[in-house]
Design a protein around this ligand. Sequence first.
Ligand code: HEM
Length: 148
Amino acid sequence: MASTSIPQASSAPEIPALGIGPRLAYLLMLAGMLPVAITGIGTFVLGQAPMTHWVLMAHVGASPVFAVGLTLVALTWPSREARYGSFSWFLFWLLLFAGWIVVLSGVLPMTPLLGTEGQHFLYLTHRYAGMAVAILTVLHLLSLRPRR
Ligand code: HEM
């Protein structure tokens, strides 16, 4: 007698686990963010704006670590982020978006491309996007609990 096989319900593809590479990328981003957030937000909060002297040098000196970390996070996290649920996913993409605004608005004013008014606009964009990035990072870290 011919046996009929019952088709199995196809299970959803498994989301890859967060390996050592993505964890290191996130740590690198945090390692760069800490000094730039302290110097940048600290300058504003203490009423010392605009940033000058060694504080500015420390800020700009640490900024490539943040930019490289952010790039590595963008390359290694998207396929895994769904592990943590939709709110975390939303925070993650907002963080990447705000992070790139911060990087671009930090680097572009160092060129004469946009004129004095454009530089001033980007300076303010950078300041407030930087604060948003710091807040989003804390919220995103808090959201990193694998869903059941
Ligand atoms: C590639 C990354 C970054 C670069 C190249 C960069 C560069 C700069 C530069 C050159 C300034 C001084 C602007 C001026 O005086 O005209 C500045 C200010 C500032 N940065 Fe960044 N930055 C970066 C990342 C960040 C991040 C990640 C944060 C926050 C988490 C941040 C927060 C700030 C703040 C709040 C100010 C304004 C300080 C003030 O009120 O004068 N920056 N940044």
